[in-house]
Structure formats: structure tokens, C-alpha cells
Design a protein around this ligand. Structure first.
Ligand code: DAH
Length: 332
């Protein structure tokens, strides 16, 4: 019987050595060391043997199993390394060639959308402003009609800094705080768009990133109505997407606007994309910006820039846009 063990051991080791892929190795593992394998069979047979033989042969079987297992592990590691090396070789990108040919880069997909959006709004008579990415609670929430206890705050998944008192300094969760900064700094009439980076405590998935881009719009003038808002959104939609697209407003709630709406864009095929929020600037927000709501009225809107880029270029997964894989980025 000891010869049978030796034979099973040698056969097992030979099969491990001959395996050329991880898949093959997995089946060798199952066939040689599995319940129906030769070594298990020998163990079963051993049950009926005399005590002396059970001891020596049993030990030999266990050693054989250990030896085959060790060979499997070593072969598996070697094959894994080979496969990784092969993949690296196959996916190798010669960046020195790019530099050598003086091929220039180009703006990222999101930057392109950002710049195009600015162009479209400048064409409609707007100016462009930017605000800080690290904000205070006052600008991000309080001045936007969201006092400390306001339930809408919890919808923002805010990242706070540990600077200053707890909860007072944060990474802005939207571009809306720039509305307040603009109102405090320039006198109406205001026709302004405010693009920028925003942050939320979110796990990345196909449609969400913890860091993303928004563009905010603010108009403050005399006698501004909801009709001006709807007309602006529609003019922007056609300028950005093309004349085959149109827009609609749907009632919604935001603390900083009253009334508030969500706006959707209609594709030429009749399907709708939810794009962003908008509404008439709340009197408390005008006051926080230092303006008299009896004299001035306005509208505001805000939406995601990356989403627009994704929509225009038919990108399925938002994460692809930010993984910096040149083979993806290069296409746009
Ligand atoms: N700040 C909102 C958000 O991030 C979007 C928004 C809604 C902006 C309505 C606005 C507005 O200016 O009027 O979800």
C-alpha cells in the first residue's frame, strides 16, 4: 500500500507541474486532493488495515497531501505572477512615444463640459464667478435658509473639516453658497453662473462620485418671474444640447427657493433626463445676501456638470471619467 501512496503522490505532483493555467490548477486541486481523489481513496482503504500499517501508511498519505498542497500553492503563485506579467505586457502604454512626438493632451471631459457651459451662459449675457471649496456652515447652509435644525441638511452628507469648532468649517456640498457671496459683493442687477467642485460623503458608483462638479445660476433684478427662469433654462438646453432638446419644470422643494422646481431635459427620442433644481430665490436668502426682497427678486438654478458630460458622450459609468485611464480619456 505504501507504494500506492508513493505513486499517487508522484502522479499528483506531476499533474501540478504540468498545469499551465490557474483554471487547470483548480481542477487538478479538486481531482487530486478532493473527496474522490486517489489520496482520499487510499485513506478509506486504510480503515480496514492492521494498526501498524495504519500508522505508517496514514502518515505517508498525510505527507503526500501536504506535499501536493505545497506544490499547488507554489505553482498557483507562479502562474498568477506570470499572468500578471503577461497582462502588464499586453496593456503596456508607451508614454515616451507620446512625449517624443510632442502630442499634446486635451482638456478632461468634465472640463470640456464646464467650459462649454460657461460659453453658453456668457452667450446668454451671464458673467462667471467662483467661490471657495472650503466653506463655512453659514454660507453652505444658514444663509441658504437652512438653520442648524433644518431637516434638509441631512440630505447633503457633509464632509466637515476639523478646523475651528466642530461642524463650522466644511467642504461645500453644493455651489449654492457662491450665490450669497456674489450678492454680498456686487450690486444687482446680477446675471451670474458659478461653476465649481463640490463634495459629499458618498461611495462612488456608476452615477455618484464623492467629488463632483456643479454649476449654479443666479439672477437678481427687478420684476423677475418664474417665466424668466423657464425661458432661461430652455434657451440653455437648446444651446447646449441642440435644438431637438427641450425642458420642463416639475414642482419640488428646496429651502433656498420658493417656489422650487426640478428641471428635466427632453431628448429628441422623447425620453427625459433629470438635470437639476431651480426656483425663485427665497426672501430669506436675498436678505442673507444683503438685498431687500421688497425691491429685488430673482431666480436660481443648480445642476451637475459631470452628468451633462456623461449625457452628451453616452458614458455609462461616471467612475470611468475619473479613473485617469488614458485609453478611456483619449477618446473624447
Ligand atoms: N444646491 C442644490 C443641490 O445641490 C441644487 C439647487 C436647487 C440649486 C435649486 C439651486 C436651486 O440654485 O435654486 O442639490
Amino acid at each position: 500500500m505504501i507504494d500506492d501512496v508513493r505513486q499517487a503522490r508522484e502522479a499528483g505532483l506531476a499533474r501540478v507541474a504540468a498545469a499551465t493555467s490557474s483554471d487547470e490548477l483548480r481542477s487538478v486541486d479538486a481531482e487530486v486532493l478532493g473527496k474522490k481523489g486517489p489520496l482520499s481513496g487510499l485513506k478509506t482503504r486504510l480503515g480496514g488495515s492492521p494498526v501498524e500499517e495504519r500508522k505508517t501508511v496514514g502518515q505517508a498519505i498525510n505527507e503526500a497531501i501536504t506535499a501536493v498542497q505545497a506544490a499547488l500553492d507554489a505553482r498557483s503563485a507562479a502562474l498568477g505572477a506570470e499572468q500578471t506579467a503577461a497582462r502588464i505586457a499586453a496593456e503596456r502604454l508607451d508614454l515616451t512615444e507620446v512625449v517624443g512626438r510632442q502630442r499634446r493632451g486635451h482638456p478632461h471631459l468634465s472640463t470640456q463640459a464646464w467650459e462649454r457651459l460657461e460659453d453658453v451662459f456668457v452667450g446668454l449675457g451671464f458673467q462667471v464667478a467662483e467661490g471657495p471649496e472650503v466653506e463655512t456652515d453659514f454660507y453652505n447652509f444658514e444663509a441658504l435658509n437652512m438653520p442648524r435644525s433644518h431637516p434638509a441638511r441631512s440630505g447633503f452628507d457633509t464632509l466637515f473639516t476639523d478646523y475651528h469648532d466642530d461642524g463650522t468649517v466644511l467642504l461645500r456640498t453644493h455651489t449654492s453658497p457662491v450665490q450669497i457671496r456674489v450678492m454680498q459683493q456686487i450690486a444687482p442687477p446680477i446675471y451670474m453662473v458659478m461653476p465649481g467642485k463640490v463634495f459629499r460623503r458618498d461611495t462612488p458608483d456608476a452615477t455618484h462620485m464623492p467629488v463632483f462638479h456643479q454649476i449654479e445660476g443666479l439672477v437678481v433684478d427687478r420684476n423677475i418671474t418664474m417665466a424668466h427662469l423657464a425661458g432661461t433654462i430652455d434657451a440653455f438646453t437648446k444651446a447646449f444640447f441642440g435644438s431637438g432638446f427641450s425642458s420642463r419644470l416639475r414642482p419640488n422643494y428646496f429651502p433656498f427657493t420658493e417656489p422650487s422646481a426640478e428641471f428635466d431635459i427632453r431628448r429628441p427620442d422623447g425620453t427625459w433626463i433629470e438635470l437639476g433644481g431651480c426656483g425663485m430665490v427665497h426672501p430669506n436668502v436675498l436678505r442673507a445676501g444683503g438685498l431687500d426682497p421688497e425691491v429685488w427678486s430673482g431666480f436660481a438654478f443648480g445642476f451637475g456638470i459631470d452628468r451633462m458630460a456623461r449625457e452628451r458622450h453616452g458614458v455609462d459609468d461616471l467612475r470611468d471619467m475619473f479613473s485617469n485611464d488614458i485609453r478611456f480619456i483619449e477618446q473624447f
